[in-house]
Ligand binder design. Structure first.
Ligand SMILES: NC(=O)c1ccc[n+]([C@@H]2O[C@H](COP(=O)([O-])OP(=O)(O)OC[C@H]3O[C@@H](n4cnc5c(N)ncnc54)[C@H](OP(=O)(O)O)[C@@H]3O)[C@@H](O)[C@H]2O)c1
Length: 318
């Protein structure tokens, strides 16, 4: 099979297409012929240096949409020919940027018939992150005030839609040029973070999703707009000083740092939202598998809207 492999860490050019033996499904695993696979910031960060996965050679990719080719012993949920999507167990299940990948059957669900593999391949990691933050962690309720930073990004644009599906009042930050896009997703207020200080524009927030704050000062700005009893979920894997955590707790704010987990229940909830028309990925660009380096270079600009997806043969465009 063809796979995108790196033998060293570095710039996108370290990604090379190689021929490897087709893997076999182990106990409780399925073998999937990959039709589309999203590219996420964790892909380009781990390409550049060891972050959440180490060890070389390395095949990146956690998102999968494809067709079950074979099932391992013990699998009852799927049979060959089934169309499935899901996220390989993060971080060590990595390896979907290839023609075939194996993964635990229970990381996957049936792909909704109404979306193609590009749509389905865009969703798992980013949508699970948003779902696990908004629903599993904070149980966002109707009428609650939700602030989504980087609302036009891969996670953010799905978080907006999931929050709206929960009946929340949603405020999103993005550059002004992306505000029409945010409104198309259903945001109630869009804030241009370049020209507006969000701490002066919003208050009494119940939940903040924070994919951007790397230091105490930045996090303090989100804490400042939360009401007592509110929740701040950071999805940036940066260490936080215990004194800062104590200060946040004293203000009556719950702080959580979330790392996405493979999760069949979450994937089924995402599939259900897709089926009802409440959730859809915006596709910034697709690239054939062989052009993974171009996909990484585009993603690394940090300016993309929605998702970037690698495609394999037999995949239709979104
Ligand atoms: N913990 C986890 O499990 C987990 C899971 C998924 C992602 N993450 C992390 O979450 C972050 C976001 O991921 P992603 O996939 O959404 O990334 P992405 O798609 O690459 O994000 C790009 C978007 O970020 C926006 N942006 C950048 N800086 C901003 C700022 N200061 N304020 C508002 N918007 C800003 C950009 O909009 P503009 O052009 O308008 O600036 C752009 O639309 C990454 O650091 C990623 O590693 C963590």
């Amino acid at each position: 099979m063809r796979a995108i492999r790196q033998d060293t860490h570095g710039s996108p050019e370290v990604l090379e297409e190689v021929e490897l033996p087709k893997p076999q499904p182990g106990l409780s695993e399925i073998l999937i012929a990959v039709r589309a696979a999203g590219v996420n910031p964790t892909d380009w960060w781990n390409r550049a240096q060891p972050m959440t996965v180490s060890g070389l050679p390395l095949i990146l990719g956690w998102d999968v949409s494809g067709v079950v080719e074979a099932v391992g012993t013990g699998v009852t949920l799927f049979k060959p020919g089934d169309e499935v999507f899901g996220m390989l167990p993060y971080p060590h299940g990595v390896g979907s940027h290839a023609e075939y990948v194996t993964g635990p059957a229970r990381a996957f669900v049936h792909k909704p018939a109404g979306i193609d593999h590009v749509q389905a391949g865009a969703l798992p990691l980013a949508a699970l992150t948003a779902y696990q933050a908004l629903v599993d962690t904070a149980d966002v309720r109707p009428g609650q005030r939700v602030l989504i930073h980087a609302a036009a990004g891969g996670v953010g644009h799905l978080a907006v839609q999931i929050a709206k599906s929960r009946g929340a009042y949603v405020i999103g930050t993005a550059s002004a040029a992306k505000h029409d896009f945010l409104r198309s997703l259903g945001v109630d207020e869009a804030i241009d973070y370049h020209t507006v200080d969000f701490t002066e524009a919003v208050k009494d927030i119940d939940f903040v999703l924070d994919p951007i704050s790397r230091d105490t000062a930045a996090r303090a700005r989100s804490v400042a707009v939360l009401r007592r009893g509110g929740t701040l979920v950071s999805i940036l894997p940066v260490p936080v000083d215990p004194a800062e955590l104590a200060d946040i707790a004293e203000r009556g704010i719950r702080y959580e740092a979330l790392l996405v987990e493979a999760d069949r229940a979450g994937m089924q909830a995402i599939a259900d939202l897709v089926e009802t028309g409440a959730l859809r990925a915006h596709i910034e660009a697709t690239f054939p598998l062989a052009e993974a380096a171009r996909a990484h270079a585009l993603g690394e600009t940090g300016r993309t809207t929605g998702k970037i997806v690698l495609t394999l043969e037999e995949t239709s465009a979104a």
